[in-house]
Design a protein around this ligand. Structure first.
Ligand code: ADP
Length: 417
């Protein structure tokens, strides 16, 4: 059984760490931009907006419907616009003359301040931010010349005042939201990394199991070879029995390696499912063919109950592997009874295949575990991979499968296509 370990060097942990760090970094950037730069960003945006409005006014200055256009701009952009001659004697546009409810010269002190700036500046326009201690709402004051007469007294000055609302309430809303987003993204990062690490660590995982499972038979081979060299080399009988152990272990190794390759191939998707329509009876018969030695020499009895033409759509080679693993288990665990029954029938538009033996059966407590990789029950001498391969292949086919078993009475493994 695979364990998810969280030691600090494991891939799981590192993957989780990377994901969480990545999420934290993104969040930090977001916090920084939203919370610390919001005010600056907002002010810059306002300054740009004001400059744009001023440009529009400059272009239309002196044109027809000028006052209407300015009034419209003032309303749409929530700006207080005032245009007058250099010495302030001639008012060209003022909300006081346009909209009765606005107080005249609402921004009188601000106007003085920005005018001073403009006169001192070599530029044709200036903008300043004037703090307002009482209300928190600062004012963006902008002033520019609308015409470029060499005699300053002939010039016309445009003033635009725009309220800069405090961003603190927005910042506090954003902070709350960001707190939620941070928690959610950390959770998501954990879940995704956990899921990914499960997927990614499989081949790693395999290495751990491979080294463990291969070591045992290899140690056996080595020790028996040494035994032959040092002790039994001259004794034909002992030597042969030791050589047999070596041959058996080599066979086991062979089986183990091929099972491991099949399982990891199917699991990683390296061996994709290729469906075709075929007659399942042919497949079963070809499997039973390989057991003809068992039937003839060792008295095994294989009973096949299947219609003549039972077509299924599936990956033929992989289904063959499934049936072959099930039959192989039935042979291994049928005990003295030696009768294996394979039944193929149609139920609810599905083809159901059953492999039954009347052997030792499986304890109820083991039923859930037998499909796990490397699970070997009782005195089993297999690789513990057979049913894991079956499970993997049938899952890829979205096929139902299962086992009914009773201790001492035998087991029926089944799947439906
Ligand atoms: P193994 O190589 O050990 O047979 P499997 O994955 O094929 O590995 O099977 C896992 C375990 O399930 C076996 O070790 C055995 O205990 C049990 N098992 C599988 N098939 C049968 C069966 N037909 N009868 C009894 N026990 C079985």
């Amino acid at each position: 059984m695979r364990k998810i370990s969280f030691n600090r060097k494991s891939l799981n942990f590192r993957l989780w760490l990377y994901f969480v760090c990545f999420a934290m970094m993104l969040m930090a950037i977001l916090w920084f931009l939203q919370i610390f730069f919001l005010n600056t960003y907002y002010q810059d945006m306002k300054i740009r907006e004001t400059a744009k409005v001023a440009q529009t006014i400059e272009k239309q200055f002196g044109g027809e419907g000028f006052n209407d256009a300015v009034r419209e701009l003032s309303i749409v952009n929530d700006m207080y616009i005032h245009i007058e001659t250099f010495d302030g004697t001639g008012i060209i546009f003022s909300p006081a003359t346009e909209e009765r409810h606005r107080p005249s010269y609402a921004y009188i002190s601000e106007m003085r301040a920005v005018r001073e700036q403009l006169l001192r500046s070599a530029d044709t326009h200036v903008s300043i931010i004037i703090p307002e201690a009482r209300t928190d709402t600062n004012t963006l004051a902008y002033a520019s010349y609308l015409n470029q007469s060499p005699n300053p007294f002939n010039r016309v000055i445009l003033y635009i005042f725009s309220p800069l609302y405090p961003v603190s309430s927005t910042v506090s809303i954003l902070s709350t939201q960001l707190a939620y987003v941070t928690v959610i993204s950390l959770l998501l990062a954990s879940v995704v990394s956990f899921y990914l690490s499960r997927k990614l660590t499989l081949p790693k995982d395999l290495m751990a199991n491979v080294s463990h499972d291969l070591r045992t038979p290899l140690t056996m081979v080595k020790s028996y070879a040494e035994m032959i060299r040092d002790i039994s080399g001259d004794d034909a009988e002992k030597r042969n029995s030791h050589l047999n152990v070596i041959i058996e272990e080599a066979d086991r190794l062979n089986l183990l390696v091929s099972d491991m390759l099949t399982l990891s191939g199917v699991q990683s998707g390296a061996i994709p499912i290729e469906k075709s329509r075929f007659n399942i009876k042919d497949v079963i018969e070809s499997i039973l063919q390989t057991y003809s030695l068992h039937s003839e020499n060792e008295g095994y009895d294989f009973i096949l109950s299947c219609g003549e033409d039972v077509a299924v759509t599936a990956d033929q080679e992989k289904i063959k592997q499934v049936i072959s693993n099930l039959v192989n288990n039935a042979v291994k665990y049928c005990g003295a009874d030696k009768t294996i029954t394979i039944t193929v029938k149609e139920i609810n538009n599905k083809i159901r295949c059953e492999v039954e033996d009347r052997g030792e059966g499986i304890p109820q407590s083991d039923i859930g575990k037998i499909w796990d990789r490397y699970y070997k029950g009782g005195a089993a001498a297999g690789t513990g991979l057979g049913l894991a391969i079956v499970k993997e292949i049938l899952t890829l086919h979205n096929a139902k499968y299962g086992v009914e078993s009773e201790l001492g009475r035998g087991s029926t493994f089944w799947f439906e296509l």
